[in-house]
Design a protein around this ligand. Structure first.
Ligand code: FES
Ligand code: FES
Length: 161
């Protein structure tokens, strides 16, 4: 099996590693680097649990190879909060509204909502709510905790108003 050296930044920290060509990005983040907040579930790109930002874009880390992230800047759920521990507004909204039950889907949901709120900075109320709700169509919550997530989305949309 061929091995490749990769260099990437994860949550602001630089990492170098040798990885097999077949190693998935999510597997690499969890097993080699210890960012276990990235959850792997379906591993088919369906559930969204494994979503991370790669160069600012929300990506399914189960569908990307680690070698494809060579030179990239990756943000996992561990990188959303501020260095002093202040939660990202998306994390705060999910917490305030009980937007998680077992929490397995939550890291991917948080990354997607953080990406959409950033990309729609300046978008107001109903338009923001629609953008966030549409993005949630790419996530499956096994606990069916969608009502809390919807309340969190509404709170985020109010803040943006
Ligand atoms: S584990 Fe990647 S989309 Fe489900
Ligand atoms: S909170 Fe359990 S899978 Fe979503």
């Amino acid at each position: 099996m061929s091995e490749h050296r990769i260099d990437l930044t994860v949550n602001g920290l630089r990492h170098s590693a040798r990885v097999e060509a077949r190693t998935g990005l999510g597997e690499f983040l969890r097993d080699a680097l210890g960012y276990t907040g990235t959850h792997l579930a379906c591993e088919h790109g369906v559930c969204g649990a494994c979503t991370v930002m790669v160069d600012g874009v929300a990506m399914r880390s189960c569908l990307m190879l680690a070698v494809q992230a060579d030179g990239a800047e990756v943000t996992t759920v561990e990188g959303l909060a501020a260095p002093d521990g202040t939660l990202h507004p998306v994390q705060q909204a999910l917490k305030d509204n009980f937007g998680l039950q077992c929490g397995f889907c939550t890291p991917g949901v948080a990354i997607t909502l953080a990406t959409v709120t950033r990309d729609n900075a300046g978008v107001e109320g109903a338009a923001m709510e629609e953008a966030l709700t549409r993005a949630m169509s790419g996530h499956i919550c096994r606990c069916t905790g969608y009502q809390g997530i919807r309340r969190a989305i509404r709170q985020l949309s109010e803040t943006a108003r």
